[in-house]
Design a protein around this ligand. Structure first.
Ligand code: AMP
Ligand code: GLY
Length: 422
């Protein structure tokens, strides 16, 4: 099978590593545009992943059997639609179905119609409405921009002035605002493969969204993750399948916008039960690094079956009983400011440990060596029989990687390692 992966992050590198680990031939995998690490494993193509016609033409000319879309931008640009129009199998929802991620109010409508448990929310189009919704739900206040905001759209705060200022920033950009009730509890990311009719769960993971230890600092794209979550209640996956994923996919199908691809369910386990805080229309980053690290079933056939409406006939998905931990190395200033390109050293040494894989994100190959280009630079992924060992190896490896000004969290999976998740 000839496969084209779109994207350039650690998520895409992790997808490619999982494809190869579960039986795909790297000579038949292409990535556009890829990054410094991906280029060491498969061919990187100089294609704009957000240009539907460029991607579809290239895929057709190069006899691609399956396109896997990593990030959201190509989905929003309609790349899946252009590929489907040429009868190329694509793992990634249509532009319209991707609204489940891009429009929080659309997601809320779908959840209401499908009776999916989520937080109460009010849609607001001016500051007066925002203020009365804040007073209705009380503090802590949760204010969300109703559109793509590069991970900066949500604020959770007890400071009403800050909540209003956040709403004003996005209202001024012409976006709607969603004020939501605060949901208290542990967060879980659970991914489902969907072929538009049926869904298959992957394995749960937890993401660490704040920049610094002890959940301090600004929200980021994710600074680390681990899987599985041994503290989850019995029957959790079945409950999310039956009450969240399946009803959502059925409702999308009923609306005539089948969701084909990865349904990312961002959940909070509250005292009153499981609640959806967000849907994404793509694999999460960095959760994918730990979820796919534990995958034992061949990935390419699974994604191909999802893309072609045949998920019901897919093999049962198996995951290793071992645990996986990933720690993200971020460049200086992330997520607030960007750093200049800088040389990274120590990668080979870090990866010598057989329990360690490194998924590259913002890196490129230069004559001087591998250079970091800013943001989240790479994910160190560690797999082992327990969290204690997995963390120990992850942190030993990341300490060998030298990048001026870089930072990482030191408490990824610390609580689960101590057997204390509260
Ligand atoms: P989102 O972009 O919707 O995932 O939100 C970013 C983060 O804000 C989430 O991972 C949660 O930690 C937090 N958050 C979002 N919605 C809520 C909510 N209703 N109650 C509490 N925390 C929330
Ligand atoms: N890790 C959060 C996300 O991928 O949206």
């Amino acid at each position: 099978m000839q496969i084209l992966v779109l994207g350039s992050g650690a998520r895409e590198h992790a997808i490619i590593k999982a494809l190869v680990r579960t039986g795909s031939d790297p000579a038949h995998i292409f990535c556009a545009p890829g990054n410094g690490g991906i280029a060491q494993e498969v061919s990187c193509i100089n294609l704009n992943p957000n240009d539907p016609h460029q991607v579809a033409d290239w895929a057709l000319t190069n006899e691609i059997d399956l396109v896997i879309i990593g990030p959201e931008a190509p989905l929003v640009a309609g790349v899946s639609d252009a590929l489907r129009a040429k009868n190329i199998a694509v793992f990634g929802p249509s532009q319209e179905a991707a609204k489940l991620e891009g429009s929080k109010s659309f997601a809320k409508e779908v959840m209401a119609a499908a009776d999916v448990p989520t937080g109460m929310a009010r849609e607001c189009s001016n500051l007066t409405e925002v203020e009365s919704a804040l007073d209705l739900f009380g503090e802590p206040y949760v204010v969300k921009a109703d559109g793509l905001a590069a991970g900066k759209g949500v604020i959770v705060t007890s400071d009403k002035t800050a909540a209003l200022a956040h709403a004003k920033t996005f209202l001024d950009q012409g976006m709607g605002i969603l004020v939501e009730e605060y949901l208290d509890g542990d967060e879980v990311s659970l991914f489902f493969l969907s072929d538009g009719k049926t869904v298959v769960p992957l394995t749960p993971a937890q993401d660490f969204k704040r920049a610094y230890d002890n959940d301090q600092g600004p929200n980021t794209g994710g600074m680390g993750a681990y899987s599985p979550l041994p503290w989850l209640p019995e029957g959790f996956i079945e409950e999310v399948t039956d009450k969240v994923a399946l009803p959502t996919v059925r409702e999308m199908s009923r609306l005539g916008i089948p969701f084909i691809g990865l349904l990312y369910c961002g959940l909070i386990i509250t005292k009153r039960g499981i609640r959806v805080i967000e849907f994404n229309a793509r694999f999460g980053d960095p959760e994918t690094q730990v979820v796919l690290r534990r995958l034992l079933t061949p990935l390419a056939p699974l994604l191909h079956k999802s893309a072609t409406g045949q998920l019901a006939s897919a093999d049962d998905i198996e995951f290793s009983p071992d645990v996986a931990v990933t720690v993200v190395l971020a460049s200086e200033g992330y997520p607030v400011s960007s750093a200049p390109e800088r040389l990274i050293t120590g990668l080979d040494e870090a990866e010598q440990n057989k329990h360690i894989e490194i998924a590259h994100a913002a890196t490129k190959v230069t004559p001087a060596g591998i250079v970091a280009t800013g943001g989240r630079v790479l994910s160190v992924i560690s797999m082992n029989e327990n969290f204690h060992k997995a963390r120990k190896h992850a942190y030993a490896a990341i300490s060998k990687i030298k990048l001026e000004g870089s930072h990482y969290r030191t408490d990824i999976a610390a609580k689960v390692d101590e057997g204390n998740n509260d």
